[in-house]
Design a protein around this ligand. Sequence first.
Ligand code: BTN
Length: 271
Amino acid sequence: MSSSASPASWYLGPRALQKRLAALPLPAWRFYDVVGSTNDVALQWAAQGAAEGCLVIADAQTQGRGRSGSRWWTTPQASLAVSLIARPLPTEREALPRFTAWAALALAEALAQTHGLQAAIKWPNDVLLEGRKVAGVLAETLWDGNTPQAVIVGIGVNLATQAVPPRQEVDFPATSVAHVLGTTPDRWALLDALLQRMLFWRNRLASQRFIRAWENRLAYRGEIVQAGTHQGVLLGLDAQGGLRLRCADGHVETLYALQGHLRPKRSPQVG
Ligand code: BTN
């Protein structure tokens, strides 16, 4: 078995999975061998009333979605693909982008906790290992008129090397946890750690502690980046989680959403 092959414990049927997840305060979960998109299932489930913390997990997705309408690859037994249902509090309704950072930070911390990996967050939604993308977050909102009923936090992680899409299919270099670690991680142990970190931060999303933890993991701090149409030195985050850039004329631009891509101006250190 090569280091990228899935370990025997990789595939767990629902019963074994339930055992692995039993320690977590998940109100309910749904597991699929193959599904279109876990975000679609979670959106539908949330519309039917699923509670905060309900989780959709898939081994493979045929219509996995990424940011800006891109495709997200989820081949069987190679990835972690989950969608968590959150019910934003009235006080959180103005800060929905925070839910994306929530998952990205929790995942970076889970990778550190389980494998000692130093992941960075490419604002707003990518998780990088060694300068390459290992995971992405797609948060989608279920609206009732102008009121957000639920935020579906979809998280996709390339675990085994087979999960990494061909270079020509992606617009940023990608990697897998297995490539960096030299061995395929236990996906359920990583999921456990991810959910524990998400639970830890759930009631702290409005706190400056959360913003500082997120900022401490930001990729490209102090470097010149192109962020959509803006270019400047990436300074960090403001108190709301906006991305602060010092532009060439000295003024500081703060972005709260990204139209386009965030890219370092140097060539990425991708070996
Ligand atoms: C991105 O980097 O563009 C975001 C990728 C998000 C992928 C995950 S996989 C689980 C969930 N279901 C989807 O269809 N997308 C998200």
